[in-house]
Design a binder for this molecule. Sequence first.
Ligand SMILES: Nc1ncnc2c1ncn2[C@@H]1O[C@H](COP(=O)(O)OP(=O)(O)OP(=O)(O)O)[C@@H](O)[C@H]1O
Ligand SMILES: [Mg+2]
Length: 271
Amino acid sequence: MSSTDQISAKIIAVANQKGGVGKTTTTINLGAALAEHGQNVLLIDLDPQGNASTGLGVTPDRRAITTYDFLVGDASPSEAIQPTSVTNLSIIPATTDLSSADIELISNEKRSFLLFDALRQLPMDAFAFDYILIDCPPSLNILTVNAMVAAHAVIVPLQSEFFALEGLSQLMLTIREVRQTANKSLRIAGIVLTMYDRRNNLSQQVEADARENLGGLVYTTVIPRNVRLSEAPSYALPALVYDSNSAGSQAYRELALEVMAKDNIQLKRVS
Ligand SMILES: Nc1ncnc2c1ncn2[C@@H]1O[C@H](COP(=O)(O)OP(=O)(O)OP(=O)(O)O)[C@@H](O)[C@H]1O
Ligand SMILES: [Mg+2]
């Protein structure tokens, strides 16, 4: 985080253009785990599917103001940010509005900076967030680019399946482009293996390949395939609340500690 940045929160985009790899599950449960560890967390639902909003119990009647309004400047932070049932975890919810063509129509230089500008407006300070997690859509579109321009770092969920590594080069290319054009200091916070099945050779093979090719970028913590993680959204709760002791919940707690520890190292290095 640069010393001239106008926001003290650590902003992390959770991104992978591949669908169904665990972005939303990671955003919700990493958010809940960071909150449980005492961090003040904002989750921004940047996916028109609105899965993170549904998974955290934001019913349609509570989506009158959404990420879309926040992005285009029609809603202030205090209008857009809502509490969730989890202490220390707030959300800006999304609806299909977010796929609106208006964003595409905003002049070229500005349209990648909508989220950056919205998050750096002064009233954000009052919320004193430690972490802002952005749940990206399964695409490298203008919304994901907005997340990467606004963020300090990207977390990439990687499903422990065959072909998992194939889409990564496209994602890395986009990150490199954003670095070259709009956000020099953007980095990859880490890659997290999701839906990992210890008894499955394929999972082990994907893990071995990822660690060999991507080295230290891969978090030590792996997220197991765990039915509690997939059930929790239908109860409108993070797995950490729905079944606190489940293997999935424990794994996301570990991941949160790893994310926080990496940040401490970074902060120490700059000072
Ligand atoms: N570790 C896990 N164990 C079991 N099920 C999981 C796990 N992680 C995610 N799932 C399930 O897999 C599906 C896809 O997960 P999720 O919605 O988090 O992926 P996504 O990358 O956000 O998808 P999209 O690209 O559509 O936004 C969901 O049904 C979710 O409940
Ligand atoms: Mg999702």
